[in-house]
Design a protein. Structure first.
Length: 150
């Protein structure tokens, strides 16, 4: 009896999978698509992921030898990001002043804590302005422009 047909693969086309080393697409969003914080347990340790969120904390302890710890928050939870000195120097402005960041890096798990070791850091703070855009929000009282708002 012939084996049942396998379901169609979701994700990139086979040519793209071949370009990535011949492996099938992974079940989590691959960069440049962002992985929500609630799904950080899905990829294996060392997987390359992209996360995005509001910066809720930056720490640069004096004892950390130039390492910066950034905590991002998205609608599903928080993401701990480690930015090594070399990456910080390359993406200094984004790391220091970004309010909304997109970070691509490697997943690391230690002592039941998951971190993303940053490889690139992108300031996408201008996207926050889209929240205030009038597109489809005229009927929503939360976005109504009163006389005091202009």
């Amino acid at each position: 009896m012939p084996a049942p047909a396998s379901p169609p693969a979701s994700g990139p086309a086979p040519a793209a999978a071949c370009a990535a080393g011949g492996h099938r697409a992974q079940p989590w969003p691959q960069p440049p698509h962002c992985l929500p914080a609630a799904r950080l347990q899905e990829p294996p340790e060392g997987a390359r992921v992209t996360v995005a969120g509001l910066v809720i904390l930056r720490q640069r302890p004096g004892t950390a030898k130039g390492v910066i710890f950034v905590t991002l928050e998205d609608e599903t939870g928080v993401v701990n990001v480690i930015v090594w000195r070399k990456i910080y120097e390359a993406f200094r402005r984004a790391v220091i002043s970004g309010r909304l960041l997109r970070v691509t890096g490697r997943l690391q798990r230690a002592y039941s804590v998951t971190h993303v070791i940053a490889g690139t850091v992108e300031d996408i703070s201008p996207m926050l302005d889209l929240l205030l855009a009038e597109q489809g929000r005229r009927e929503d009282p939360a976005f109504a422009q009163g006389p005091e708002l202009g």
